[in-house]
Design a protein. Sequence first.
Length: 427
Amino acid sequence: MPTPIKMPALSPTMEEGTLAKWLVKEGDSVAAGDIMAEIETDKATMEFEAVDEGTIAKIEIPEGTEGVKVGTVIAMLAGDGEDASDMAASAPAPAPVPAKEATTPAPSAASAPAATPAPAKSAPVATGDRIIASPLAKRIAEQKGIDLSTVIGSGPNGRIVKADLEGVASGAAPAKAAEGAAPAAAPATAPATVPDFGIPYEAEKLNNVRKVIARRLTEAKQTVPHIYLTVDVQLDKLLKLRSELNAALEAQGVKLSVNDLLIKALAKALVQVPKCNVSFAGDELRKFSRADISVAVAAPSGLITPIIVDAGAKAISTISTEMKELAGKARDGKLQPHEYQGGTASLSNLGMFGIKQFEAVINPPQGMILAVGAGEKRPYIVDDALGVATVMSATGSFDHRAIDGADGAELMKVFKELCEAPLGLVA
């Protein structure tokens, strides 16, 4: 009997994904390790490899299909002497929602149901007493105690999908609000239906990465009490050290960036101030024994944060080499889950765009993120005299549930000292 090929879980948090592209077709022979498809997860587009050899007997799920649940049969693989006709005995796959069949754009994963149904959406289609909903939506509704008859479906023919249940909590008011009822406060960045006021526009469907970014940032700002602390850092000595190190490392083909030095400085500061290298976890505080720095990288699909593991213990040249490799993989959508999941703190640098100062949103469950602005010539007190120096503003965002203001201030002080006396970074 042909072997079913199932939708893989390409990350620990993945429940469903988009089958972005098939790289094989029915009748093709594959061997273990051959790339069969590209799958878009909640973080990146990843390649899916064959684990057995055989012939692709049938493709069950067409490319471009969204909402394919992990474990769904996406294709059948026939071995030697097997025939595609044997597939009748295989278990049928749950019906996902193909993107090309959707008549109404699905709300993002962060969007909440509207208080009153939008005119473009139809009520759930029922056959007798049966509500039309995806298997995942039914499971979520059962877990949360949601009455599906009260939910407006955004899928084809009014089908209820996972996104329609986002923000509908157990025991909460139904998505269909009673006439005259006040709309509930939406936990999303935007309501499900946004008026266009007659302004011409082009609608671009959100990819999975952007949906997750919207949901996680909304949750972070709503559930994590941020406290912001800013210091001005004189960079002249650090820039001089960078120049000297690059001259010494030129023969090795290594070229350090300012960001590489800042990653090292933040990691060492977290090791020296362990009260800030923590995570709030409900009824416990997790204190980490090493500093893993997540570094924000702008990828075509959206923001992603590859991790420099144990950055405090690594040479700056090693950090530089790893960062270049990870950033390249991030932009190509080739990061593996272990390369972007985790981290004890984050660093976001917008200095290359001339941004002077900004406040970044914490990436839960991490306890802090450092936002770095541009280094610029400013009037500055040098040796008790007014002069001109290269100065950078750095702002730490701290989870006030886990980190007190005084501890956050100590971390920013140590970070500033490490940058202004940078020989400590290479010690």
